[in-house]
Write a protein that binds this ligand. Structure first.
Ligand code: AHR
Length: 505
């Protein structure tokens, strides 16, 4: 099938928020323990962190990292993770039915994030705890010195404050599975008062109120309205969590997940506007897509959960270690397109998670670390999306055929977004949602001196198919040059160059 896109730098509508390429490390499963931290591993550094995993994290090129949860944070005592390691308590983690040894805490993680080049986004516990503890961890982390908490931090080895700007006010509090689950009224008041005190202590912090856990929650919409009624003017962002999976063999709907995210983001943006906190208002609230990814939740419910809920409390069990296919990577690409397309409203986003747990990077204890298929679209988009965002399908001369899906109705077969850097470099990110047909796309570029630098696509070698994955033994999924399938015809009399692209099914 054919499609037509138009890249007109004059139609750029928002800057790329670099924090959109954030990620997430939760104390659960083998994310921290045996993921980023494994003292006995041959590549471990003096602090016990794996340097092979760190190298892949650096290559991924994410910008921020949310920590320490997730569901975990709603039962977490931050004090357990600071001070001499041999004095730290071992605790039950009721969120994931595991044992937490606390050998990694704020100091170790902040140091690791620094090495990884990631800005730390810290979540406070508004499940079992409240305003006082949120204020305490902020004072401990950010106050220069001279108080009990800040001096404790200095005694624990961090003379300088951590200077954490981004703070999440709890996690998925709307979900009945959450430790300390609350109604919107209860949470709205707690978040507002925590925010007020946190800004008294450090006015430079940016705060994220917890939105709904997903767009299918029965309270979705009403939750955001109530929370914003209490917190607008006090918080800077409201969160969205969005996970997608292929179910009942409906690959067509799965490939259209980006359209699901588009609609979710547009609904939340409309509620923010209703609350008087839209762009241009006195205190605008952005959307923080705190958690997003492909996640096969059936695996958690049917395999992992029964395995850990046995009465034993394992340490670092294998939890939700999804192996991602080529199709999953196409969906991740499309979700990135959706985030960029809403760059005027999405202030940041975190691919959930980073290592082992629904992650672009996997590792085995005492063994290798490798890139999953989803690593590639994330890495390239984070590397190349710069400057301002263009929607190449929104131009009046663009034409993209639609296909029918059970979940989202009629959706475009080609999902694309483009950016133009301050140096004029144009990047185009395209997904072909067809399972059977190559997309023959003509892209008109309204700019002078256009030259094709690189064109590549995600592939598997012969014999592979859309279900192919990378694993510890072999990593067949990766980028390959589009070669003859990308051809640039230089500017015609109208000054537009035309790129002909064939994107495989
Ligand atoms: O990322 C895994 C879990 O998904 C997080 O702990 C929780 O916030 C969400 O439900």
């Amino acid at each position: 099938y054919s499609a037509r896109l138009v890249i007109d730098p004059g139609s750029a509508f928002a800057r790329v928020p670099r924090r959109i390429f954030g990620t997430f490390v939760e104390h659960m499963g083998r994310s921290v323990h045996e993921g980023i931290y494994e003292p006995g591993h041959p590549s471990a550094d003096d602090s016990g962190f794996r340097s092979d995993v760190l190298a892949l994290v650096q290559e991924l090129g994410a910008t921020t990292v949310r920590y320490p949860g997730g569901n975990f944070v709603s039962g977490y005592r931050w004090e357990d993770g600071v001070g001499p390691r041999d004095e730290r308590p071992v605790r039950l983690d009721a969120a994931w039915h595991s044992v937490e040894t606390n050998q990694v805490g704020l100091h170790e993680f902040a140091e690791w994030a620094d090495q990884a080049g990631l800005e730390l986004m810290y979540a406070v516990n508004l499940g079992t705890r409240g305003i006082a503890e949120a204020a305490d961890v902020l004072e401990y982390a950010n106050h220069p010195g001279g108080t009990e908490l800040s001096e404790r931090r200095r005694r624990n080895g961090a003379d300088e404050p951590f200077g954490i700007r981004l703070w999440c006010l709890g996690n998925e509090v709307d979900g009945p599975w959450q430790i300390g689950h609350k109604t919107a009224e209860e949470y709205g008041r707690l978040a507002a008062e925590s925010a007020r005190l946190m800004k008294f202590i450090d006015p430079t912090v940016e705060l994220v109120a917890a939105g709904s856990s997903n767009a299918e929650m029965p309270t979705f919409g009403e939750w955001e309205r109530t929370v914003l009624r209490h917190t607008a003017g006090l918080v800077d962002h409201i969160s969205v969590h969005a996970y997608y999976e292929e179910s009942d063999g409906d690959a067509g709907s799965f490939l259209a997940s980006g359209t699901g995210l588009d609609r979710y983001l547009e609904t939340v943006a409309a509620i923010i506007d209703e609350a008087g906190a839209g762009p241009g208002s006195e205190h605008p609230v952005g959307i923080s897509v705190d958690e997003w990814n492909v996640w096969y939740q059936r695996r958690w419910n049917e395999i992992d959960k029964p395995r850990v809920m046995t009465g034993e409390w394992p340490e670092a069990p294998r939890l939700i270690e999804d192996a991602y296919s080529v199709t999953d990577a196409v969906v991740v690409g499309s979700l990135l397109v959706s985030l960029l397309r809403h760059a005027d409203r999405v202030s940041m986003a975190n691919l959930a998670q980073l290592v082992n747990v629904i992650a672009p990077i996997r590792s085995e204890p005492n063994g290798p670390a490798w890139r999953q298929s989803t690593f590639f679209p994330f890495q390239r988009t984070a590397q190349l999306a710069a400057g301002r965002v263009i929607d190449p399908a929104a131009h009046p001369d663009a034409a993209v055929p639609l296909y029918d899906t059970a979940r989202y109705g009629s959706v475009p077969l080609v999902d694309a977004v483009s950016t133009v850097g301050d140096d004029g470099t144009i990047a185009l990110f395209v997904t072909n949602r067809s399972l059977t047909e190559d997309a023959s796309i003509e892209i008109s570029i309204a700019a002078t001196g256009v030259r094709l630098v690189r064109a590549e696509t995600l592939t598997t070698p012969p014999g592979g198919d859309r279900h192919t994955i990378n694993d510890a033994e072999a990593q067949p999924v990766g980028f390959t040059d589009l070669g003859e399938a990308a051809r640039l015809v230089p500017a015609d009399a109208d000054g537009a160059s035309v790129l002909h692209l064939t994107v495989p099914a």
